[in-house]
Structures are given as C-alpha cells and as structure tokens.
Design a protein around this ligand. Structure first.
Ligand code: SF4
Ligand code: SF4
Length: 172
C-alpha cells in the first residue's frame, strides 16, 4: 500500500491567501494590458478595397446602371440569391434589368457575381452590416443595390489590378 505524505499547510495556505494573491496579481496585470475588444457598433470594423462586403450595382455619373441584364451573375451565384428580369431599352446597351433582386439572407459574399460580370456592373462593396425587422426587407431591389461608381472606386481599381495581373501572367 502506498502512503501519500501530505504537506502540512500553514494557516495562510489554509485560508487560500497565496492563491488569492496570485489571482489578484493576474487580474491587475490584465487591467493595464492593451485591450482587444472592439466597441461595436460605435467602433465599426475597418474596411479597405479587399473587403468583400455586400454586392452593389454600379451607377454611372449620368445616373444609368451598367447592367445589361445578361444573367451571368445570376447563373454564377452559388446561393441562388440573384433574380433578374430583363427588358429592352432605347439606350445603346439595348437591354437592362426591369427587376434585379439580391436576397441578402442568401448571399454568402463569395464575389462570384463580381467575377462573372462582363460589364463591370456589379461589385462587392465595403458594406458589411445587415439588419432589419423582416426577411422581405432584406431582399434588396435595384434601388437598394445602386451605388455611384465613385463609392465603389477603390474596389473597382483593386479588381482591375487583379484582372490585369492574371492577363499578364497568362500571356507570358
Ligand atoms: S456574392 Fe456570391 S452569393 Fe452573393 S449574390 Fe454574389 S454570387 Fe451570389
Ligand atoms: S453579370 Fe453584370 S451585366 Fe450581367 S446581369 Fe449580372 S450585373 Fe448585369
């Protein structure tokens, strides 16, 4: 039979004083350490051109949208989030969407729509926040999706830079 010899505890050890001191030391050291907690939403997440937020439709300075209602983004969308109905227009682009909806509850922010678009008409914005009081309100129509080109410019420049890099590397 093995006999375990127990250390005789002092009075202070019996009232957990060393353990309390150790705990207080850790607490005090953490009180003055740098904080990593973000005070969201007062302190929003930082974004830049690489941020893949919610997709938006680019609006030209003359208030027209670039979309020709080709449906490529709708076909590329893995989440079936995009619904487009096109119609003919007198504008030189000949077709434009009559209805262009994105169900933001379905959207997984993958960016496939941006990649599929041949007309530089849809871009991933830096808008990340999504909240409303009903599911229907989170199906965004054309008016909710429109953003001036200037608001998407950083992303547009970034996508162009990436595409140029692919073209350069595929031609060498
Ligand atoms: S980002 Fe992806 S999931 Fe969202 S609408 Fe575009 S293709 Fe669909
Ligand atoms: S791929 Fe571009 S042009 Fe075609 S429907 Fe989508 S947004 Fe419009």
């Amino acid at each position: 039979m093995v006999v375990v010899e127990r250390k005789e505890l002092s009075f202070l050890e019996r009232i957990y004083f060393p353990a309390i001191l150790k705990g207080l030391k850790i607490t005090m050291s953490k009180m003055f350490a740098p904080r990593f907690t973000r005070q969201y939403p007062e302190e929003p997440l930082p974004t830049n051109e690489v941020t893949r937020g919610q997709p938006r439709l680019a609006v030209n300075p003359d208030d027209t949208i670039r979309c020709v209602s080709c449906g490529l983004c709708e076909a590329a969308c893995p989440a079936y989030a995009i619904t487009i109905d096109g119609h003919e227009t007198e504008r030189f682009i000949e077709r434009e969407p009559e209805r262009f909806d994105i169900d933001m509850l379905r959207c997984i922010l993958c960016g496939f729509c941006e990649e599929a678009c041949p007309k530089d008409a849809i871009y991933m914005s830096n808008e990340l926040e999504l909240a409303d009081f009903s599911r229907a309100a989170l199906v965004y129509d054309i008016e909710k999706l429109k953003r001036p080109v200037s608001a998407l410019q950083d992303r547009i420049d970034y996508v162009k830079k990436i595409n140029d890099r692919w073209q350069t590397s595929s031609s060498t």
